[in-house]
Design a protein around this ligand. Structure first.
Ligand code: TZP
Ligand code: MG
Length: 216
């Protein structure tokens, strides 16, 4: 069954930055018309992150953007976020669904066809598949897929009659976007492309423009 929840084609993922706070990153991404934000933070406790997540939820609400939280299912439930993104070593999507309820969005990370099929079986709303190429943003990176890896995995996935939207991730730059969408990805998730840009609003706008040109 084709998933009914609408998954954006551009996801922005927060990252630690020396001068730009998590909430500022989100404000800038939203100003650049990003409408899907993933709060990813690996070092703080849920308690420390909670006020930041709440402020982010308010910003997202203001712009009509979806907010998903990486890993922290309880925090997502507490602040009534729109959903969670779950890694392979985190809580199972089935468990997360029980906590969050049917209306929330649950995404999961995949690096292989086996991961993709497992996630589809667990009825996730989208699959984050990567990494496309090396990126310093994520520690303990899985093997690089490259364009061929995506083409191969997406074809096999479709042949199993699965239609869960798949989002590419990992070191994606503007020049990569057309070919990534052409091999059948639903969309892309980026962090550095926007968070480390000299002008984050412009970088976000340009990313959206490339995606829209590819999908009309
Ligand atoms: N998962 C796989 S690669 C990655 C995550 C969270 C990081 C993506 O960030 P960037 O800066 O776009 O490479
Ligand atoms: Mg994780």
């Amino acid at each position: 069954m084709i998933n009914k929840k609408e998954i954006a084609r551009l996801h922005f993922i927060t990252q630690p930055h020396p001068t730009v706070s998590y909430t500022k990153q989100v404000e800038l991404a939203c100003k650049g018309d990003v409408r899907w934000i993933q709060l990813r933070e690996k070092t703080m406790s849920d308690e420390q992150l909670r006020p930041i997540a709440e402020e982010m939820a308010a910003i997202c609400k203001n712009y009509g953007a979806t907010l998903v939280i990486n890993d922290r299912v309880e925090l997502a439930a507490d602040i009534n976020a729109d959903g969670v993104h779950i890694g392979k070593e985190d809580m199972s999507p089935v468990e997360a669904r029980k906590i969050l309820g049917a209306g929330k969005t649950i995404g999961g990370t995949a690096n292989t066809l086996e991961d993709m099929l497992k996630l589809a079986d667990m009825k996730v709303d989208y699959i984050g598949l990567g990494p496309f190429r090396f990126t310093a943003t994520k520690k303990k990176l899985s093997p690089i897929l490259g364009l061929e890896g995506y083409a191969n995995l997406l074809e096999k996935f479709r042949n199993t009659d699965n239609h869960t939207p798949v989002i590419g991730i990992g070191g994606i730059e503007h020049v990569d976007i057309p070919e990534l969408l052409k091999v059948g990805l639903h969309g892309i998730a980026v962090s550095s492309l926007i968070a480390q840009a000299e002008d984050a609003v412009l970088a976000a706008e340009y990313t959206n423009l490339i995606i829209s040109q590819q999908t009309i």
